[in-house]
Unconditional design. Structure first.
Length: 327
């Protein structure tokens, strides 16, 4: 049987971005067909080794946008050469799963590390020297302090959902981690204010050579690449990023990233109901309205588990989602 019969067709739109065949095959297997706007913007620039600030709305494929360049440029057998910071353990699991899916036909390995799970189990996986580590700031610092991981080989630093990390209060942890990356020199505040992002296209009269029209830093002088991605990029985020990034720095904004989500077409209703009648009313509504997708919020994890079991018993397909990641 031919390869064409065995594997889904390679998505041409992704191939045009310069992605290698092993990753294109994974994209095809995962039913990717067309890159999103942030993927079209970020992937080629990240493959060029440029430090980037990427802004796009949640759910637009930011994970694949930074994961594909990391997987393509990573070297087999070089432990902890990519560190990806995320704000929550749920996102750590999600990003790890996406990277594993994209890395299916590559030799690159990924391990997630986060709080709420026994650290010894994570240490066991880290001893195998995975090339990519995805983690929450607190757990990464813990592993660094225990000397379970180090940043001697780090070539890629990615901060995902930076706005959420700052909202949660991880600013000092982020600075702690970034300051440990080899070759990082934190700029003074005035330097950060003076730094300016270059345009996505090469400016006229660029001083770069014909082979390097943007005048990019060579691999010999640039020790690592830093990428910040976020749904919003505030002045605080930009200032923080520029403290640790190396010129040239590009800020890439996907179309619609600054748009506020519309609620004009959302209708809201409420029902006054006795506590003992809540489940009966919910079941009746779900059966009568028969929605394609519905989300029911519960006060506690235990409440979510009990409700899911009752709905399932009554023939309504559902799954519970909560912080212990049982889903």
């Amino acid at each position: 049987m031919s390869d064409k019969a065995e594997h889904p067709p390679v998505p041409d739109a992704f191939a045009a971005l310069g992605i290698r065949p092993s990753i294109l095959r994974a994209l095809a297997e995962a039913k990717f067909t067309t890159p999103s706007e942030i993927q079209s913007l970020l992937i080629p620039r990240a493959l060029a080794g440029i430090d980037l600030l990427g802004q796009a709305r949640t759910g637009t494929g930011k994970t694949a946008a930074f994961a594909i360049p990391v997987l393509q440029r990573a070297e087999k057998g070089l432990a902890t050469q990519a560190i990806i910071l995320v704000p929550t353990r749920e996102l750590a699991v999600q990003v790890d799963a996406e990277i594993k899916r994209l890395a299916e036909f590559t030799p690159i390995r990924c391990v997630p590390v986060y709080g709420g799970q026994k650290i010894m189990a994570q240490m066991k996986f880290l001893k195998h020297g995975p090339e990519v580590v995805v983690g929450t700031p607190g757990r990464v610092i813990d592993l660094l302090d225990r000397r379970i991981i180090n940043f001697n080989n780090v070539r890629f630093v990615v901060l995902d959902e930076v706005d959420r990390m700052l909202d949660i209060g991880f600013r000092d942890d982020i600075r702690n981690i970034l300051s440990r990356v080899k070759g990082v020199r934190e700029r003074m505040p005035q330097d950060a204010r003076e730094a300016t992002a270059v345009e996505v296209t090469a400016p006229s009269g660029s001083s770069g050579s014909p082979e390097d029209p943007l005048g990019l830093p060579s691999e010999a002088t640039k020790t690592h690449q830093t990428i910040f991605v976020s749904a919003t990029i505030s002045d605080e985020i930009e200032k923080l990023a520029r403290r640790y990034m190396q010129e040239p720095i590009e800020k890439l904004i996907a179309p619609g990233a600054d748009d506020k989500p519309t609620v004009d077409n959302v209708e809201q209703y409420y029902f006054s109901v006795n506590p003992w009648d809540k489940y009966r009313l919910l079941r009746t509504l779900l059966i009568k309205e028969n929605p394609d997708l519905a989300i029911v919020f519960c006060k506690t994890k235990r409440g979510a588990e009990k409700l899911a079991k009752k709905l399932h018993f009554d023939g309504i397909e559902c799954r519970e989602i909560h912080g212990n990641l049982a889903q």
